[in-house]
Design a protein around this ligand. Structure first.
Ligand SMILES: Cc1cc2nc3c(=O)[nH]c(=O)nc-3n(C[C@H](O)[C@H](O)[C@H](O)COP(=O)(O)OP(=O)(O)OC[C@H]3O[C@@H](n4cnc5c(N)ncnc54)[C@H](O)[C@@H]3O)c2cc1C
Length: 312
């Protein structure tokens, strides 16, 4: 209940232009600024630097150029060009080749066909260069169309791409069966968005129970699943389930967000597991940042300390 109220509150705050302006002013301006805890930087060079540091710690990564809900096709084209440039920059830098992106960033709200074309342009450059491209899952009104676009491209032969399913949504267990039948790679998350009870579990215990069921199903049946969570109970469950079913640690990976539970990330690597860190970067970091605050209101104290420290 508290989690859900907090998500709603931060979702509302995320709409505030004043807050966005204030945060943009203070959040990233110094290496110690508060938003840098969760965001790797505003430029691709900073993201690549973060990727190198993760690699030095034995971690994998997926770079996400922040941006969502663009309002016109020229913004969607610009986001597509940015991603093409990011592909080139990653290749030149010689770091791991893995990207995450959102369809509303490529114009899904404006024109579905253009969003598909934009995604295809990115995949046409990224796949031959050996990239894997994950399509993030946005809030529930986008679930159908996101999976439909993914399936269309999959049928057209784009196979170095995968989807995300949210255990919070009632529909996700059925979607998982569909993805398993395709042979598609799935990232399992709990879900970052505040959703109505018509489509999603409202109690954390129910979201967690669905996560546990889906996790087991994925480990046994799905192609190279990504268990994306910071929840030690889910991570322990994955470890014990995999061990007791003879599933090697090279058959799946854990995923976590940049700046969250770095201790756990390193511990898992030390124990021989693959861990991929989702590395968000770019100027449009405010909505992503607000979702992270909404998940854990304790983060606010850390932000307030940062602002007080910087504005003086
Ligand atoms: C790699 C990755 C990709 C993701 N992609 C998507 C996506 O495409 N679509 C989507 O809807 N969601 C996505 N998410 C977010 C996800 O849905 C959850 O909102 C988020 O991971 C928090 O849930 P949890 O599984 O960590 O469990 P929780 O039960 O929420 O948290 C477990 C523990 O993790 C730590 N923790 C969790 N969140 C925070 C935080 N913000 N700050 C500090 N500590 C925290 C705390 O110690 C907490 O007790 C992604 C998450 C990851 C890790």
């Amino acid at each position: 209940m508290l989690e859900s109220a907090s998500k709603t509150f931060f979702h509302l705050l995320a709409q505030s232009a004043v807050l966005k302006k204030l945060a943009s002013r203070y959040g990233m301006r110094k290496p110690t600024s508060f938003a840098r805890r969760f965001i790797a930087g505003e430029t691709v060079a900073e993201a690549i630097e973060a990727a190198r540091m993760l690699e030095a710690r034995g971690l994998l990564h997926s770079l996400d150029h922040l941006g969502e809900s663009v309002g016109n096709l020229s913004e969607a084209d610009a986001a597509t060009r940015d991603y093409l440039a990011i592909v080139n920059a990653i290749v030149d830098a010689g770091v791991g080749r893995n990207l995450s992106l959102k369809l509303t960033q490529l114009g899904l709200d404006v024109d579905k066909a253009s969003a598909i074309d934009n995604l295809r342009k990115i995949l046409d450059r990224a796949e031959p260069a050996g990239f894997f491209v994950r399509i993030d899952m946005e809030n529930s009104p986008y679930a159908d169309v996101t999976l439909e676009i993914f399936e269309t491209l999959w049928q057209q032969g784009y196979r170095q791409t995968g989807v995300v399913l949210q255990s919070a949504l009632y529909r996700s267990e059925a979607d998982l069966e569909r993805m398993i039948a395709l042979g598609a790679r799935v990232r399992l998350v709990k879900g970052a968005y505040q959703e109505p009870k018509t489509v999603a579990y409202q109690r954390k215990e129910d979201v967690d129970a669905a996560y546990a069921r889906m996790l087991k199903r994925m480990l046994s049946g799905s192609s190279y699943p990504a268990i994306a969570t910071h929840d030690p109970a889910m991570i322990d469950l994955a470890r014990t389930w995999a061990a007791s079913h003879g599933i090697g640690s090279d058959r799946f990976e854990f995923q976590m967000l940049y700046g969250i539970r770095r201790d756990l990330q390193s511990r898992l690597v030390g124990d021989g597991y693959r861990v991929r860190v989702y590395v968000p970067f770019g100027r449009e970091w405010f909505p992503y940042f607000m979702r992270r605050l909404g998940e854990r209101p304790a983060n606010i104290a850390f932000v307030v300390r940062g602002i007080l420290g910087e504005s003086g």
